[in-house]
Design a protein around this ligand. Structure first.
Ligand code: C2E
Ligand code: MG
Ligand code: MG
Ligand code: MG
Length: 286
């Protein structure tokens, strides 16, 4: 196809590809040094109770400031970190940092925040995952019940007893488990009966469409009803508008997270950000 469409286009195509490959190599190379060079940071996004308007938790989100490429979004480097196995040391750093900064945030705000940490499939293959989590809790002094891991449905679907045993051991520590991006994976409900899950996070694609697409709205309502039937708390991801917030409150969604309620920020900026945050005010007006 490239050949048929002529020389110029072929060249443009090829340049794009070269640039992509160069960026990828540069990223892969850079990622190997990112930890040692202190280029990684965590940002924290508040999760708000739709019944009290209070912050119930924060999600830790990885940020990478590459010396040449600038801020590289996680969607561009988590995949590379997974493929190269670098996600293992990076993931350990994430647990240590999230527990330490999360504990400090708890103390600073004087509230019983839950700290949510994302866990990718490759991290589940790590033999000492449970010890890594135990260690991060012990060193930071964060209580296990204030730590939550966010996993995707796919981890539960992998037919690996190893994965499931690990999940069970993490649960036994007292750490909470939530299902991230719920509704987008290989959805099977049987695992909801087999494993105790604390929260479901409705994927933001459904929240986004719920205002305009009656089917998306029906999916959201159904996920909320199902969660409540199973005594699982439900969180809406990616809330961007007051209208979406209103819809979720009407439907008795338990919690919400999204740019409308608070952007992800560094730990040192968190308390200032939530002082003037639109969340509580927004909830009072709804
Ligand atoms: P996720 O776990 O589903 O995280 C939520 C993503 O939605 C975050 O993107 C967040 O910044 C974004 N978001 C929050 N509110 C809004 C909103 O109102 N509108 C829109 N459009 N987006 C919103 P981010 O930070 O770019 O992270 C992307 C993904 O990268 C995460 O999705 C997660 O799967 C992965 N990730 C991030 N940090 C880590 C980490 O420490 N470890 C692992 N394994 N994965 C991570
Ligand atoms: Mg998440
Ligand atoms: Mg998500
Ligand atoms: Mg995700």
């Amino acid at each position: 196809v490239a050949k048929e469409s002529g020389r110029n286009q072929y060249q443009i195509f090829s340049e794009d590809m070269l640039k992509e490959t160069a960026d990828r190599l540069s990223m892969e190379h850079g990622l190997r040094h990112a930890l040692a060079n202190s280029e990684l940071r965590l940002h924290y996004q508040p999760q708000i109770s739709l019944t009290t308007g209070l912050i119930t938790g924060v999600e830790a989100l990885l940020r990478w400031n590459h010396p040449k490429l600038g801020n590289v979004p996680p969607i561009q480097f988590i995949g590379i970190a997974e493929e190269t196995g670098l996600i293992v040391p990076i993931g350990e750093w994430v647990f240590m940092t999230a527990c330490r900064e999360g504990k400090a945030l708890q103390d600073e705000l004087g509230t019983d925040l839950t700290i949510s940490v994302n866990l990718s499939p490759r991290q589940f293959q790590q033999r000492n995952l449970v010890q890594v989590i135990e260690h991060a809790l012990a060193v930071s002094g964060l209580l296990a019940r204030n730590l939550e891991i966010e996993i995707t449905e796919n981890i539960l679907m992998v037919n690996s007893t190893g994965n499931l045993e690990k999940l069970q051991r993490i649960r036994e520590l007292g750490v909470r488990i939530s299902i991230d991006d719920f509704g987008t994976g290989f959805c099977s409900f049987s695992y909801l009966l087999q494993y105790q899950v604390d929260r479901l996070k409705i994927d933001r694609s459904f929240i986004k469409q719920a205002g305009t697409d009656p089917n998306a709205a029906a999916v959201v309502r159904t996920i909320i009803a199902m969660s409540h039937g199973l005594a699982i708390r439900v969180v809406a991801e990616g809330v961007e508008t007051e209208e979406q917030l209103r819809f979720l409150m009407r439907r008795r969604c338990d919690e919400a997270q999204g740019n409308y309620l608070g952007l992800p920020v560094a730990a040192e900026n968190f308390s200032a950000a939530v002082q003037g945050y639109s969340g509580i005010g927004a909830l009072q007006n709804v």
